[in-house]
Design a protein around this ligand. Structure first.
Ligand code: AR6
Length: 182
């Protein structure tokens, strides 16, 4: 894994291997489920780190459709906001999973634009409990973010926060095809 950040338009894009709850950014994205009431994986880690106030705010949101995203405050997290995106469960690829996954990334960037956020970090949505194939998801994640960047001019830093070196390499290999090193 080369680990090089890429400049794409106004934004620096990078892949890191880290616990997303440790990141001091304007928003971290949560791989949530449609209840928005917590769960395991990165969702559980985010709620644990943010504290009970996060769940209290989530209870006011009335859930979220697959492919959509909703924003809350970050509470005890170093991140100012959490964008709760609901990725698809993988059923083999013929039930609109690709489009729903892409929509998670696009909606997250729309929320950045609406809230004038400058930095965002994404986990590899749907690739854990929801079983979306990791290589296919990495391609969708990076391409969708690259395509959506022009719609959020204040967004100058986007991070793909992977939880394993293997996931990091998948994202880096896709990212290396875009923009220029920086
Ligand atoms: N930081 C960054 N990435 C993480 C972390 C972390 N702390 N913890 C896990 N990952 P998953 P999904 C990675 O299962 O597949 C929950 O129960 C993980 O290795 O968290 O979208 C929700 O409530 C994987 O690459 O989310 C839903 O019910 C990626 O995050 C359901 O799971 C996503 O794995 C959502 O499933």
């Amino acid at each position: 894994m080369s680990g090089l950040a890429r400049q794409v338009g106004q934004a620096r894009l990078e892949v890191i291997v880290a616990d997303i709850t440790s990141l001091r950014v304007d928003a971290i994205v949560n791989a949530a489920n449609s209840s928005l009431l917590g769960g395991g994986g990165v969702d559980g880690a985010i709620h644990d780190a943010a504290g009970p106030e996060l769940l209290a705010e989530c209870r006011t949101l009335n859930g979220c459709e697959t492919g959509d995203a909703k924003i809350t405050k970050g509470y005890r997290l170093p991140a100012r906001h959490v964008i709760h995106a609901v990725g698809p469960v993988w059923y083999g690829g013929n039930r609109g999973e690709d489009a729903q996954l892409a929509s998670c990334y696009r909606r997250s960037i729309e929320l950045c634009r609406a809230h004038n956020l400058a930095s965002i970090a994404f986990p590899a949505i749907s690739t854990g409990v929801f079983r979306f194939p990791a290589d296919r998801a990495a391609k969708i994640a990076v391409k969708t973010v690259v395509d959506a960047l022009p719609s959020a001019p204040d967004l100058t830093h986007a991070i793909f926060c992977c939880f394993s070196a293997q996931s990091g390499k998948l994202h880096q290999d896709v990212l290396d095809a875009f923009g220029s090193p920086c």
